[in-house]
Design a protein around this ligand. Structure first.
Ligand SMILES: Cc1cc2nc3c(=O)[nH]c(=O)nc-3n(C[C@H](O)[C@H](O)[C@H](O)COP(=O)(O)OP(=O)(O)OC[C@H]3O[C@@H](n4cnc5c(N)ncnc54)[C@H](O)[C@@H]3O)c2cc1C
Length: 431
């Protein structure tokens, strides 16, 4: 074992993503001797890819609304968000010459539009405070002595003694960017329970094959919900994109983790799609009546194409025809449309269901739902309730937010609190 400076708290951070880097910086600022271990050859790969390379770092929501978006466990974040709020985050980066702005009234991005600037600021802050890095090295085993952390064993077989360890190993999504179960394995070794993980923020596959005919078409404001009574309150509004295998886009990926949870015990999950969520069924009825009158000499397909792109209009006309046993409904002149096809089309334009059979899986999952059980972590300092001086930060705990800067804010806030707590642990323990 290497010997470290006995006057300083030694902290090992596993994972050089946003949570781990912020934790390392904050622990070093608190006077700790910090080493970051990263199994990939480079740090922050997921951070670099975030927001399409632009890094949607946070959003405008109040703390209460922010936590609510994470569902019933959201309040767990309160102390971490108090320790490092959105405004703290904006200031922290601005102090390091990375200004973030909000042009659309909700999402914050670096003004340069580049996630590289976010990563560079984090790495510079770490290096300025003497943080050491080991890249291409995996934390493989926790060293535990008398119920407290003693260090970490690496895949090189080397043992790093430490008075505190922060696990910031992220989730399972995008293995090419570092996603894996490695962090959960370490937590399990420490005696922690893991809430079953499923892919989140991911495209979904439909049983129907018609979405392939519309692949690439995007509808800007669609509402999606799970068509099951128990889930009546869960819905997301935003863009929906049709793909070769099904559907994707912000509204879909936001609901995907809940769908994937249901798919664990069901072969299919019904998903309701409302193409015009701001219009009532009556308004849609009136809209269609007027369109058919104004375009009475046109084929139904051409009339419906005034509402949605041509390929989608063709699918909707076919759907209405199939359901009413009328063949080639798309070709019927608007003025001659049978009443039952009209009524069916009104109903479809109000809402229709697709059956979800799967998702694009962890390889395309932007977040992981599930993770380290929150009851076994103290929210006030993010320390394990099982192993003394073991801390958690970021996505590897059982919290996941929707699209929109939620997950990165959580990574930064939890990293900050875990780092601060780890640096102070020696004092607190009176060692
Ligand atoms: C394509 C994409 C786009 C996204 N866009 C956004 C966005 O715009 N806004 C937003 O808020 N969120 C976004 N997210 C989600 C966000 O990037 C993650 O939630 C966030 O990166 C989690 O941070 P983390 O530090 O907890 O984990 P990670 O960023 O995953 O970092 C964990 C690190 O730990 C390393 N590691 C794991 N196990 C070990 C081990 N045993 N030893 C050593 N190292 C280990 C991994 O290699 C990895 O580098 C996006 C995700 C993806 C994939």
């Amino acid at each position: 074992m290497k010997v470290c400076d006995a006057s300083k708290t030694s902290v090992v951070v596993a994972g050089a993503g946003p949570a781990g880097l912020m934790a390392a910086y904050r622990a070093a600022l608190g006077g700790a001797e910090v080493t970051v271990i990263e199994k990939m050859k480079r740090p922050g790969l997921k951070l670099l890819a975030s927001g399409g390379g632009r890094c949607n770092t946070t959003n405008v929501l109040s703390q209460e609304d922010f936590m609510r978006a994470f569902g019933r466990h959201g309040r767990f974040m309160n102390d971490a968000l108090n320790a490092f709020s959105r405004n703290d985050l904006l200031k922290w980066f601005e102090d390091r010459n990375v200004k973030l702005n909000c042009v659309d009234g909700f999402h914050y991005f670096p003004v340069t539009g580049s996630s590289v600037d976010i990563l560079s600021a984090l790495l510079a802050a770490c290096r300025q405070h003497g943080v050491k890095f080991l890249f291409g090295v995996k934390a493989e085993e926790l060293l535990i002595s008398d119920g407290a952390i003693a260090g970490i064993k690496l895949d090189t077989r080397e043992e790093l003694p430490a008075q505190a360890v922060i696990l910031a190993c992220g989730g399972r999504g995008y293995s090419a960017l570092g996603g894996s179960s490695a962090g959960y394995q370490l937590a399990i070794q420490g005696g922690h329970r893991i809430i079953k993980t499923v892919p989140g923020m991911v495209g979904l596959k439909t049983q129907e094959d018609w979405p392939a005919c519309c692949a690439g078409i995007s509808q800007e404001k669609v509402r999606v919900s799970i068509a099951l009574k128990k889930y009546s309150k869960l819905n997301f509004t935003g863009a929906l994109v049709f793909t070769q295998e099904g559907i994707s886009g912000p509204a879909v990926v936001d609901i995907s983790a809940s769908v994937n949870e249901l798919l664990e015990n069901n072969q299919t999950v019904p998903l309701k799609i409302e193409l015009f969520p701001e219009k009532s069924a009556d308004e849609i009825h009136a809209m269609l009546v007027k369109l058919l009158q104004d375009n009475s000499r046109k084929k139904l397909l051409n009339t419906v194409s005034r509402l949605v792109p041509n390929a989608l209009a063709a699918v909707l006309c076919d759907m209405a025809g199939d359901r009413t046993d009328v063949s080639n409904a798309a070709e019927i002149k608007s003025a001659e449309l049978p009443g039952r096809v009209f009524r069916e089309l009104c109903s479809i334009l109000t809402d229709f269901n697709v059956r979800i059979v799967g998702s694009q899986g962890f390889d395309r999952a932007m977040v992981t739902r599930g993770g380290v059980h929150l009851r076994e972590i103290s929210p006030s300092n993010l320390e394990s309730r099982i192993i003394n001086r073991l801390y958690f930060a970021g996505e590897m705990v059982n919290l996941d937010g929707p699209c929109g800067g939620y997950n990165l804010q959580w990574a930064f806030s939890s990293g900050f609190l875990a780092g601060r707590s780890a640096a102070a642990c020696k004092k607190a323990a009176g060692n």
